[in-house]
Design a protein around this ligand. Sequence first.
Ligand code: GDP
Ligand code: ZN
Length: 346
Amino acid sequence: MINLNEYGWNLEYKQDIKQGLIPARVVEVHRELYKVVCEHGEVNARLKGTFYKEIKFDDDIPVVGDFVYLQYNQYGDSLIAKLCKRKSKFSRTDFSGHAAAYVKTIHEQVIAANFDYVFVVVSLNHDFNINRIERYIGAAIVSGAEPVVILTKADLNSEYEKYVNELKLQYEDIDIIAISSKTGFGLEALEKYLNKGKTLVFLGSSGVGKSSLVNAISGEEIMKVNSIRDDDSKGRHTTTHRQLIMLASKTMVIDTPGMRELGMWDAGDGIKKTFDDIEELMEKCKFSDCSHKSEPGCAIKNALETGKLDEDRWKRYLQLMNENNFVKQKSAYTKREKLINKIKGR
Ligand code: GDP
Ligand code: ZN
């Protein structure tokens, strides 16, 4: 009998328990076929008919990492009857034609859900790019999880401390950790994130050392490491094809093709896209310098009240603006430029 708490299930969700339904976590999705883990172990599942009917938006569909309620069937496919509220998610708003036929309105395509930490992985050699780091951190904060910046291949860069310190100045509240999967350097600093029941995702370009890092923290060869490898997921995992992987330490890693695509976004407007709707709303406020707090005719306030704008999303947007200088202001821009120059040694 599996204890779902080990998969990150927590008491918060218990109040949702309905008669005859048991909690489960999605570990794999192949089109309409799901693999979920529940107290009876890993089982195959499909969406229940009544669940289909209630789907309005793309984000109503369960994805890897989601907690769901299951009508368990010991003889065949179990049925997913309910999706639990997500505490974090990555989604794509600008996707191209993957919408399932039963989705009535295209809204956002969720890629992964309910992860605790986003490991922002950047290599200390050629890949190092402040804009990219900032964009990844932004995406992580938007997701609702905690970002941790990991600078890989420290063994290849004798000046790694300089990078760490500069980033620490810029991002006071975010952990910045230099490591080497090759020598094991710095890995102990990651231990506090590798707790039982916690779920990790990795954001980072191809080749920065994500697979090597997963192997290093798990102590097993879970991922195939290859410098000349296709970017699609085929044959990537050596010991498993799971999309939600349970490490020996009981920490989980979500690794799906969609996650990897996210890591390859072009530096630049990923964040803006994520918040296009909010910025559009802001343009509709009566006053152009609206602070969206108490002004009359505030489109944001109105959208929050009518539920058109999700309160959590709005909070994340504000958080992002505050913590990471995403503000379109000169001061923030100059600060970033300065940092880039400092790091480049100018
Ligand atoms: P991924 O595409 O982000 O998963 O990157 P991989 O883990 O496949 O690594 C890409 C290449 O970088 C491989 O050739 C690894 O051997 C190499 N690599 C990964 N981590 C390190 C490290 O800490 N030090 C050094 N020198 N090379 C590394
Ligand atoms: Zn306003």
